[in-house]
Design a protein around this ligand. Structure first.
Ligand code: URA
Length: 209
């Protein structure tokens, strides 16, 4: 069963309040999403494996811990996921970045993939999928299915705001994927927006309407 971690650090909550505010313009919105993503990166990497290494300080030899084993891939779901990449990279600078773009066919309701470019060794990496909003959970679930088809096995999902419906959907669709989220809001409205949410994350990041 997926573990859902609600990351309610005071700094994240404080920044999230500004992100939600409709009067926050794109420039500040982008900066805040980047900063929150940095803080979320700290949490999502908390259980990464470490190994003991021997180094030499100017004083003597000593044993220290360093990250072990797997390398990381950050995979934003286009387009709003792009807003979280730089913040993640500030904390995990050696990560490679893949991109997934998909939409749902209005008639068949099947996911249509329009872009997928991943690091070639995705199967050997800890994969962190990023998307600020977990609304129905459909896009995140489809993106994770695409990643699994291409060999990814160790996947975490990081979102800023989710709905209870989205959390239920993703954890049932991918029980092996742990979810890190700053806030689980009240509900989805009839237009598919999270309430109270922050509006359309992509539009607010990129200044489109
Ligand atoms: N996507 C958004 O950007 N906002 C929502 O509220 C739901 C989906």
């Amino acid at each position: 069963m997926s573990k859902v971690t609600q990351v309610s650090h005071p700094l994240i909550l404080h920044k999230l309040a500004y992100v939600r505010d409709k009067n926050t313009g794109s420039k500040y919105f982008r900066e805040l999403v980047e900063e929150i993503s940095m803080l979320m990166a700290y949490e999502v990497t908390r259980n990464f494996d470490t190994e003991e290494v021997e180094i030499e300080t100017p004083i003597c030899k000593t044993k220290c811990k360093m990250l072990a084993g797997k390398k990381t891939a950050i995979v934003p779901i286009l387009r709003a996921g792009l807003g979280m990449v730089d913040g993640m990279l500030r904390i995990i600078p050696a990560a490679k970045v893949g991109h997934i773009g998909l939409y749902r066919d209005e008639k068949t309701l099947q996911p249509v993939e329009y872009f997928c470019k991943l690091p070639q060794d995705i199967a050997e990496r800890d994969v962190i999928v990023v998307d600020p909003m977990l609304a129905t959970g459909g896009s995140a679930a489809d993106a994770i299915t695409m990643l699994k088809k291409r060999g990814a096995i160790n996947i975490r999902l990081v979102c800023l705001i989710g709905s209870p419906e989205g959390i239920k959907y993703i954890t049932e669709a991918h029980p092996d994927v742990d979810v890190y989220i700053a806030s689980i809001d009240e509900k989805l409205n009839e237009n598919g927006y999270i309430v109270p949410g922050l509006g359309d994350a992509g539009d607010r990041l990129f200044g489109t309407k």
